[in-house]
Structures are given as C-alpha cells and as structure tokens.
Design a binder for this molecule. Structure first.
Ligand code: SAH
Length: 267
C-alpha cells in the first residue's frame, strides 16, 4: 500500500440510505454540502442532491447516467482524477457503502493511489426494509442474530451455499436478509428449503422507505409464487425468519403505502 499522498483532494464515500432523504445522517448532509464533485450511484434518491452546492459537478454513474451501468474501473478513474485535481469528491451510494456497495474495493483502490478516503455510513436497505414493516431484525424470543447475504454473485463465483446457510440459520436462529435476490428467488427458495421448514415466514419489500414502497409476506415454500403473484421486482429485500411470525400469520398482502405500512404502528 502506498503511503505517499499525491493529491490535495480527497474522496468521501457517503451512504445515502435506502431512499427516504430524511434518513440521511447529519454527517452525510455536511459531506454532500461541501463536495465540489458528486459521483452518484443508481438507487440514490436524487432528493438528497438538494443538499449539494449549486456549483458542484454532479455525475450520475449508474444506469441512469448512460446507456448501461458505468464500469467500476471507469468510476474509480473518475474519482482519482477529480481528487488529483484537488476536488472534494463525494461518492454517493445507496444504503451503506460497505454493505454490498463495493465500498471495500474502492477504499483499497484509493489507498493504493495514495488518496485520502473517508467513509460515512448510511442506513442499509436491509435494515430499513424490515423496520418499515415494524419488524425487528433480532428478537430475544425469535432470532439471535442476522445475516446480510447477497443473491447475486460475481461472474464465475458459485455464490452462496443456500442449503448450508439455511441449516446454520435454523440451528442458530438467525434472520436472513437477502439483497439482490429477486432474479434468483427460485434457486434461493429451493436451497433454503434444504435446511429450513417450508412454513418459515418470508417477506419481500420493494422500494423500501419510498412513496412507491410495496411488500408481500408468505412462507419460504411459497417465496417464488408470492413474488410472482404480487409482481414484486428489483430493488427488493427478501427477509426470512421467525421475526416475521406476526406478519405472516395475517397472510399474503401488499401495501402501496410508502413508509406507512399496513401494520399497526408501535406507539
Ligand atoms: N449498499 C446498499 C445495497 C446495494 S446492492 C445498501 O446498503 O442498501 C442493491 C440491492 O440493495 C438491491 O438489489 C436491493 O436488494 C437492495 N435495495 C437497495 N435499496 C432498496 C430499497 N429502497 N428497497 C428494497 N431494496 C433495496
């Protein structure tokens, strides 16, 4: 790792949270306000840019910014170039930069280039999605821990061993929070059924914390059927575990109510 600092600029990786701009941290707001260059990922709500200086350069580096998703190597090049020009670069990422956000890869790259980097946490969508149903991730009676896991592996990587994970979750009483799982839901369902009972409660939350939020709940044995029946697509979080017991007992349902779920609010 290089220790020489060749740049007077800096890079801050900022978690923009799950969608609702009110869920930004104060530290994120301050970083956004002082940025001279903002590189904005897909899944970042543009409303957070209201905090940016009118003179800042805003570059959308997700699918919205071009015809396809901007390659990671190009984004890293842009960041380094801007930092070397002495800019205060903010890289805005959905949720938290260190939860399936490739923040780790970017920090390693910036360190290698001798560029100062700071990371500001955001509320990860897995946490926000479950909270929006008034369901906890852990509960002394239902779940002793939580696993954040991706349904989407790097090309060439066999990905998660769902059967092994299910056995572990069953024995250790863990809540599973699955990111990027919609397109592999059939495989995930089949794998998890090797270690978890088919009546294990499941919920899917799409567009968590945004006005267009929708969710459905069911059981592990009907995960794919539930997704299809309610036409839930990406971006969604799939939650599996006994913390959902109260929710699943009411049966399958969806709500179009963003932020205000159909479930009674805790006073
Ligand atoms: N760093 C992000 C995750 C990026 S991976 C975070 O911490 O949240 C992208 C995946 O995150 C999506 O495929 C989806 O599974 C999930 N996701 C992001 N925003 C979401 C939202 N508002 N509602 C539901 N899922 C979301």
């Amino acid at each position: 790792m290089s220790t020489t600092t060749q740049a007077s600029g800096s890079v801050v990786l900022v978690g923009a949270g799950p969608g609702d701009p009110d869920l930004l941290t104060l530290k994120a707001v301050k970083a956004i306000a002082s940025a001279t260059v903002l590189l904005v990922d897909d899944l970042v709500n543009d409303a957070v840019l209201a905090h940016a200086s009118p003179n800042a350069r805003v570059v959308h580096v997700g699918k919205r910014g071009g015809c396809a998703s901007t390659p990671q190597a190009f984004i890293e090049k842009l960041m380094i170039q801007a930092a070397r020009e002495g800019q205060r670069v903010v890289r805005l990422k959905g949720g938290d930069p260190f939860v399936f956000g490739r923040g780790g890869e970017e920090v390693e790259h910036l360190h290698r280039e001798g560029i100062a980097v700071e990371v500001i946490n955001g509320i990860t969508s897995g946490l926000a999605a479950v909270t929006s149903l008034n369901v906890p991730l852990t509960h002394r009676d239902h779940a002793h821990g939580v696993v954040f896991v991706t349904g989407h592996a790097k090309p060439g990587d066999p990905g998660t061993d769902w059967a092994a994970l299910a056995q572990c979750a069953h024995q250790a009483r863990l809540t599973l929070v699955i990111y990027m799982g919609v397109s592999s839901a059939t495989r995930i369902e089949a794998g998890l059924l090797a270690g978890l009972p088919p009546d294990t409660p499941v919920a899917i939350v799409q567009h968590a914390t945004l006005p267009e939020q929708r969710h459905a709940s069911g059981t592990l044995g009907t995960l794919t059927a539930t997704l299809g029946a309610h036409r839930l697509g990406s971006p969604s979080i799939i939650v599996v575990g006994d913390v959902l017991r109260g929710l699943a007992s009411v049966g399958l349902r969806t709500t179009a109510a963003g932020g205000s779920s159909a479930w009674p609010l805790v006073a």
